[in-house]
Design a protein around this ligand. Structure first.
Ligand SMILES: Nc1ncnc2c1ncn2[C@@H]1O[C@H](COP(=O)(O)OP(=O)(O)OP(=O)(O)O)[C@@H](O)[C@H]1O
Ligand SMILES: [Mg+2]
Length: 355
C-alpha cells in the first residue's frame, strides 16, 4: 500500500540511505528528470542528479544536519524539457526504533503554476498601463486646449502672413494631438456598448460615403449579400471599426488601386476557428490591392502605436480589434506585400444572439 501511494504521487519522490545512495525514485521523479528508475536505484545521488547539485546538497543537509526545506524554489534539469521550476520539500527518515535511516525529497512540478503567475502578472501590468495612459491622456488635454486657444487668439491678432501660417500650424497640430489623445482615452476606457440590431450594410454605406471623397467612382466596389441578417452590436463602435479598415485600405492603395467591401453569411463557423462557439455569423471583408503588410509586421499591427505611416497614430487596428472582441467577434487578416490585404471581420448576428 505505502509503495503504491509513493508510486502514484503527482510529486516526485527521491529517497536516499545514510550513504546518499538512491533507494526510492518514483514514477513522477522519472517523468520530471527523464531518467529511468532502473538506472538510478543503488547509485549515488550526486551522480544521478549531477546537474542539480543544489537539490543534492539540500538532501544531504537534511540527512546530516536535520535541516528541513519546505517548498523551496529550485530548478530541476529534465532530459527532455530543459529546466523545470520545482518546489522541494525534504525530511529525514527514521525506522520503527527511531534510528535515522535516510532522507527523502518531495519534488513538486511548478511549471503550470509559474506560467499562470506570469500570465496574471502580464494582465495586471496591462491594466496598469491602461490606467496610466488614461490619466496621462487626461492631463495632456487641458494644457493642449490652452495652447490651441492661445494660437487661435494669436491668429486673430497678427497681420503678418508668415506668422498667421505659424499659428495655423500650431492649431492644426494641436487638433491632431487632441485626436490621438481622445483615441487613447477611448482605448483605455472600459467598454460601454449599447447593443441593438444593426444593419451592417447601412454602416458600410455611410463609411464608404465618407471615405470615397477624392477617389474615382470605381475605386470602391460593393458586394453585399442581401439576405444578411442584422448584426447584434453598437452602431457607432462598428462604424469606427469599418472607418479604420477602409481608411487603411485607402491609404494602402495607389491612384489605380481599388477596394472591395463584401458581406456574406457564415453558417459553419468552425471553418474559421475551431475554438469558436459556432452558429451564424456575418462576415464583412475589406480587400485592397495596395502595398500589403510585411510578414514581420503582421503581428505588430494590433499593438497600440505601431505604425508605418509618417502621420499615423497606430491606434486604428488596436481599437478595431478591441471593439470586435467586445462584440464576441473575430478578425482575420491576410496580406501579401505588393499584392494587397484582406481583412475579414466576423460578427454575431441577431439570429444567433436569440438562439
Ligand atoms: N490595408 C492595409 N494595407 C497595408 N498596410 C496596412 C493595412 N492595414 C494596416 N496596415 C499596417 O498596419 C499599421 C497599423 O495600422 P493602424 O490602422 O493601427 O494605424 P495607422 O493606420 O498607421 O494609423 P491610424 O489608423 O491611427 O491613422 C499601418 O501603419 C500599416 O503599416
Ligand atoms: Mg489606420
Amino acid at each position: 500500500m505505502y509503495e503504491d501511494i509513493v508510486e502514484n504521487l503527482a510529486e516526485g519522490v527521491v529517497a536516499v540511505d545514510l550513504e546518499m545512495t538512491v533507494r526510492v525514485f518514483n514514477q513522477s521523479a522519472e517523468k520530471m528528470t527523464g531518467v529511468s528508475r532502473s538506472l538510478v536505484i543503488g547509485r549515488p545521488l550526486c551522480e544521478v542528479l549531477k546537474r542539480d547539485l543544489r537539490i543534492v546538497e539540500m538532501i544531504e543537509k537534511t540527512l546530516r544536519e536535520g535541516r528541513l526545506f519546505a517548498e523551496y524554489d529550485e530548478k530541476l534539469h529534465s532530459r527532455f524539457s530543459g529546466e523545470l521550476p520545482v518546489g522541494v520539500t525534504t525530511s529525514q527518515i527514521f525506522d520503527a526504533d527511531g534510528n535515522l535511516t535516510g532522507a527523502a525529497a518531495l519534488i513538486k512540478d511548478l511549471s503550470g503554476v509559474k506560467s499562470l503567475e506570469a500570465g496574471t502578472l502580464r494582465k495586471e501590468r496591462l491594466a496598469y498601463i491602461g490606467t496610466f495612459a488614461a490619466n496621462l491622456a487626461h492631463e495632456i488635454k487641458n494644457p493642449l486646449s490652452g495652447i490651441r486657444g492661445a494660437a487661435q487668439l494669436l491668429k486673430k491678432k497678427v497681420k503678418d502672413e508668415k506668422l498667421d501660417e505659424y499659428a495655423r500650424v500650431i492649431m492644426k497640430e494641436a487638433d491632431r494631438l487632441n485626436l490621438i489623445v481622445n483615441e487613447m482615452l477611448d482605448f483605455a476606457r472600459p467598454a460601454n456598448l449599447k447593443k441593438k440590431p444593426v444593419n451592417i450594410h447601412m454602416v458600410l454605406d455611410s463609411v464608404i460615403l465618407l471615405l470615397q471623397e477624392g477617389l474615382g467612382p470605381a475605386a470602391i466596389v460593393k458586394g453585399y449579400d442581401p439576405s444578411l441578417p442584422a448584426v447584434w452590436g453598437d452602431e457607432n463602435q462598428l462604424t469606427q471599426v469599418f472607418l479604420n479598415l477602409v481608411k487603411n485600405a485607402r491609404e494602402a492603395i495607389g491612384p489605380k488601386g481599388s477596394i472591395e467591401v463584401r458581406t456574406r453569411m457564415i453558417t459553419e463557423f468552425h471553418i474559421v476557428d475551431e475554438n469558436s462557439p459556432g452558429g451564424k455569423m456575418a462576415a464583412v471583408e475589406v480587400r485592397d490591392n495596395g502595398c500589403g503588410i510585411r510578414p514581420e509586421d503582421l503581428e505588430k499591427i494590433f499593438t497600440p502605436f505601431f505604425t508605418t505611416k509618417p502621420k499615423g497614430s497606430g491606434l486604428g487596428m488596436a481599437i478595431s480589434l478591441k471593439i470586435i472582441k467586445e462584440h464576441g467577434g473575430y478578425l482575420r487578416i491576410d496580406s501579401a506585400p505588393g499584392k494587397g490585404t484582406a481583412v475579414a471581420v466576423y460578427l454575431p448576428t441577431v439570429e444567433k444572439e436569440k438562439g
